[in-house]
Write a protein that binds this ligand. Structure first.
Ligand code: SAH
Ligand code: DHB
Ligand code: MG
Length: 226
């Protein structure tokens, strides 16, 4: 099956099930115009995050990796009344693009943006007594994922959901020769989850491979509390 077919099916289903969306479409356009890399989740993936947050009844969400705010908007829209979303981004210029997109989506009062390295911000959130978050979306640099996951666990409660993006990376996840630090980070993450399971399981997790307009990749879903 070709990538062209994945793209065409993604476009076909997204047009029917999602359609045009002023705030989201603008976020994609303004991000491209500002020179941000085109690596936000796809529309169908964004809606998956939105549906998971709704199914979970989430009222507090933590996101690592804001980029231009595309996934932020999807997640923030899913929050129950008086919900809060904290999103962390390393690059201040990206965070500015995101702020405008979040404002345009009418979500500025729901979203708290933090600018800095994810691990520093996670420790700061812990020190400040933040959380527990109902749901965390880990989507920052890939090599730090195992550390972000451990820190996210500290900011969770039994029943919290931790979702991690980009865990498969075109199948490189299982390439024994890869030197890519991001891929090695994702392999360390899967191995961490394996060790956790064998030790009795702080979390119950699954990894789902995805294809579509963002290529061949995947998500890991982890439910805290076994
Ligand atoms: N969640 C976004 C995409 C995020 S792309 C969406 O789907 O719409 C990954 C983001 O992580 C980039 O914006 C990148 O600047 C940011 N990032 C990279 N290293 C980081 C770090 N150490 N801490 C926080 N963010 C980081
Ligand atoms: C890439 C894709 C992502 O979804 C992301 O969060 C970071 C990087 C990429 O394809 O490089
Ligand atoms: Mg991603």
């Amino acid at each position: 099956m070709s990538r062209e077919r994945w793209n065409a099916v993604d476009a076909y289903t997204a047009e029917l099930l999602i359609g045009a969306d002023e705030a989201l479409d603008h976020a994609v356009r303004s991000s491209a115009e500002a020179g941000l890399p085109p690596i936000a989740v796809s529309p169908n993936q964004g809606k998956l995050l939105y549906l998971l947050a709704r199914m979970h009844g989430a009222s507090s969400v933590l996101e690592l990796g804001t980029l231009g705010g595309y996934s932020t908007i999807w997640l923030a829209r899913a929050l129950a009344h008086s919900g809060r979303l904290v999103t962390v981004e390393l690059d201040p210029a990206y965070a500015e693009v995101a702020a405008a997109n979040i404002q345009r989506a009418g979500l500025s009062s729901v979203v708290e943006q933090r600018v800095g390295p994810a691990l520093d911000e996670l420790l700061r959130l812990q020190a400040g007594g933040a959380g527990p978050f109902d749901m965390t979306f880990i989507d920052a640099d890939k090599k730090g994922t195992p550390e972000y996951f451990e820190a996210a666990l500290e900011l969770s409660r039994p029943g919290s959901l931790i979702i991690t993006d980009n865990v498969v990376r075109d199948g490189a996840l299982i390439d024994p020769d890869t030197q890519d630090p991001g891929v090695l980070g994702m392999r360390r993450f899967q191995e961490l989850l394996g060790a956790d399971r064998r030790a009795g399981g702080r979390v119950s997790a699954t990894t789902i491979q995805t294809v579509g307009s963002k290529g061949y990749d995947g998500f890991t879903l982890a439910l805290v509390g076994g």
